[in-house]
Structures are given as structure tokens and as C-alpha cells.
Design a protein around this ligand. Structure first.
Ligand code: XBP
Ligand code: MG
Length: 250
């Protein structure tokens, strides 16, 4: 029998809000300028850089590609601190809004008694104020950030930690992600995952996801009953597959 759905674990960037292109990217660029660096990430270039999770790691990789040597790590740490301060200002100004349909989904999950959690590689100092603004009426029970783990996505650590804090097995939760990197992390943690794509991720490969949707709204909006159905279908297929692998009949 397929397991019960007891919690939904949301990614943040690109999933709760479309933060990357017009939120994080300009903050990185302003931070480069404040540190006197002639670096400006364009829209398309930043899309490629998103394959590197974690802002500080993303800066290190780009500085090294531009020929910076041993000083890249220390410089990236300083630039990333400035970027984080700038992005906190962006969040507290109210410039970042929830993706359409997300507030309705979260309210419906809460009403259905499905617990809420967040698992992101972003920094806690901006994640918390953003969650307060976007999910204020239904705060998540568990928030695991990039500050809390040794390895960032696609490593599953952030999801495994969220499950441990919820006290649930992976089979009783559903992840909601926006990217292939996030899907890999959630899948590696054993989670059924719904992907809600955005402009940067729409063309990525979501094989293995419970569903890949262009948004929360649409002809068949993502709400609690659909989350339960997608979670149940994914687990039924996974259990059937495992049974066949053991030599059983379908
Ligand atoms: C998003 C990230 C983050 C953000 C920037 O991951 O990889 O690095 O781009 O935030 P997720 P920081 O979708 O899992 O939230 O600068 O705080 O890293
Ligand atoms: Mg994301």
C-alpha cells in the first residue's frame, strides 16, 4: 500500500518565489561593483552559473574561471557577505513576491493537516525574513538552510536533515522543487518530488519526478488533493518497480 502524505518540504529559490534572475543576480552584480570587481552576470550567463549551488561557491568558481588564483576564496567570501546584506534589503523591501498559486497551496496543505517544511541551500539570514513574508500565515515547522549543512544540493543532506527534524521517513513527505539539481537532491534523499519549473529551469531533465508542472495554477491547480494523488502514484510505481526487481510479478 502507498504511504500516507504527512509533510511537504519546499525548496525556496525558484520554488516559493522567482528569486534568481531579478533578485539574487542583481545583488551579486551590485556586490561585485562594491568590491571594485569588473564582473557583471548577465541573464543567460547566470542561468548557467545556477548549476553551482550556493552563492559563495558560485562566485569562487566564476572568479577562478576569470583567472583569479588563491585569493579567489577569501575575495568570494567578502563579496558574498555584501551580496547577502544587499539581498536581505531586497527581501525586507517587499520586492520578492510568492509565485502565483503558492499561497493557496500552502493554505490548503495547512487546512488538510499536512505539515510544512523548507529545505534550501540559501543563507538563513535572508531565508527567514523571506519565509516570514511569503508564508507568514502558515509558518513551516522546520527550516533547513545552507548554513546548517556541510554539503549543498545536489547532495541530499538538506532534505535528510529536514526529514530528521520532522521525524518522518522519506516515504511520508513530498518535495517541491524548481530545478534538476534540486530534484537530484530530493530524489537522493528518497523523496517523491513535484517540480514546478520557471524560466531558468523549464528545459531541464526531470526524469524520475512525480510531476513537472509549469506553475501552481492552471487547469488543474496544485493543491493538497493533487499532492496526495501525485505522492501516492509515485510510491505505487516505486513499490511495483521494487517488487518486479525482486523477481515478483506486476
Ligand atoms: C539556490 C541557491 C542559492 C541562491 C543564492 O538554491 O543555490 O545559492 O542562488 O543564495 P535553492 P545564497 O533553490 O536550493 O534554494 O547566495 O544565499 O547562496
Ligand atoms: Mg531552487
Amino acid at each position: 500500500m502507498a504511504p500516507q502524505l504527512r509533510a511537504v518540504i519546499f525548496d525556496v529559490d525558484g520554488t516559493l518565489a522567482d528569486t534568481e534572475r531579478d533578485g539574487h543576480r542583481p545583488a551579486f552584480n551590485a556586490a561585485f561593483a562594491e568590491h571594485g570587481l569588473d564582473v557583471e552576470w548577465g541573464v543567460a550567463e547566470y542561468g548557467h552559473l545556477l548549476a553551482i549551488t550556493g552563492g559563495r561557491r558560485r562566485i569562487v568558481a566564476d572568479l577562478r574561471a576569470r583567472g583569479f588564483g588563491d585569493e579567489a576564496d577569501e575575495l568570494a567570501a567578502r563579496v558574498h557577505r555584501t551580496k547577502t546584506d544587499l539581498f536581505i534589503e531586497c527581501v525586507t523591501s517587499g520586492a520578492i513576491v510568492a509565485r502565483p498559486g503558492l499561497p493557496e497551496l500552502v493554505a490548503d496543505l495547512a487546512a488538510a493537516g499536512i505539515r510544512l517544511a523548507v529545505a534550501t541551500t540559501g543563507r538563513r539570514s535572508w531565508v527567514e525574513p523571506l519565509i516570514d513574508r511569503l508564508l507568514g500565515a502558515h509558518p513551516p515547522e522546520v527550516v533547513v538552510t545552507g548554513d546548517d549543512v556541510a554539503e549543498l544540493k545536489p547532495d541530499p543532506e538538506v532534505y535528510l536533515r529536514a526529514l530528521a527534524e520532522l521525524g518522518l521517513p522519506a516515504s511520508e513527505a513530498l518535495a517541491v522543487e524548481d530545478s534538476a539539481v534540486g530534484l537530484r537532491a530530493a530524489t537522493a534523499a528518497g523523496l517523491a518530488t513535484v517540480v514546478v519549473t520557471n524560466g531558468y529551469t523549464a528545459e531541464q531533465d526531470f526524469a524520475g519526478a512525480a510531476a513537472a508542472l509549469p506553475g501552481y495554477d492552471g487547469p488543474e491547480p496544485l493543491r493538497a488533493p493533487r499532492c496526495r494523488a501525485l505522492h501516492g502514484q509515485w510510491w505505487s510505481a516505486a513499490l511495483r518497480h521494487a517488487h518486479q526487481e525482486r523477481g515478483g510479478t506486476a
